[in-house]
Write a protein that binds this ligand. Sequence first.
Ligand code: FES
Length: 83
Amino acid sequence: MMENSQVERLLLVCQNRTCKKQGSAKVLATFQTFDIPNITVEKSGCLGKCGSGPMVLVLPEEVWYSHVEPQNISAVMERHLLS
Ligand code: FES
């Protein structure tokens, strides 16, 4: 099995209306302050899970994070993206 850190990842942060109201712009901006090799942070349209936002989706594993708050982001990074 490949080491996680070698996987090229895409991290999508929903910026559609419902997630925006729940603070997704700040979540996106916070993710963008991290500069991690092999991870591209992008805004996305509606991820189809409105109401649980801000929604974050990590590809290619298809790991979802719901209700992401800026203060949770370093934990997400450490637990998932740097492992
Ligand atoms: S608005 Fe974000 S999942 Fe639909």
